[in-house]
Design a binder for this molecule. Sequence first.
Ligand code: PEP
Length: 249
Amino acid sequence: MRTKMVAGNWKMNKNLQEGVALAKELKEIVKAPKCEVVIGTPFIHLATVAELLKGSPIKVAAENCADKEKGAFTGEVSAEMVKSTGAEYCILGHSERRAYYHEDYAILKEKVLLALANGLKPIFCIGEVKEEREAGRQNEVVKAQLEGSVFNLSAEEFCNITLAYEPVWAIGTGLTATPAQAQEMHAYIRSLLAEKYGKEVAEDTTILYGGSCNEKNAAELFANPDVDGGLIGGASLVAEKFKAIIDAR
Ligand code: PEP
């Protein structure tokens, strides 16, 4: 049975005090979730939030890590540094990093390798932009993203990867993929995994949906057999909404 998961992505929201307050609220209300619960926070929150959540089922993720191991890379934060905070996961390949920080397949490949080498579990995001969907190219886009950054991994390494299908046109826009669109793409992704790594790995890989998933539409999306949970942006910033999504899983 593959892991079901609801993961939050706070992005560049919440100062340290606000982030700590949200984590405390979540710790209070998320006591015995039926799925893995992860919150992705900015780097500055990681150590404090990971400490605060000790003894809670909620795990912590970074939203990024460097594509270099260590050294003179001013302002960067390495995978080893992330791991030392107590974070267990690292979100990589988010469309905002691809679009605004020019993270291409090769850079993301390095980040994934460094995350894995340092004992972090990548939550690797893939998804097409609106024009690609309109041109019917969504399958070839996600295939290329997988081939470019994670299909170099061995089956053993790949078992530490969680995938998040996030159609870029749905992120932060209020436009959600329909449950049918999400299921179709998730099933396609799983078929690619089966081709590459075999049926067992494909069946065991957690594939999250992300893109305007909220407390109202989560249950319908999660009801699909290949949708194992959600990567949640906006709605993860409000404890009750995030809890309702967790409860929908
Ligand atoms: C995201 O950024 O990963 C995301 C899914 O955002 P939102 O839920 O706000 O669309």
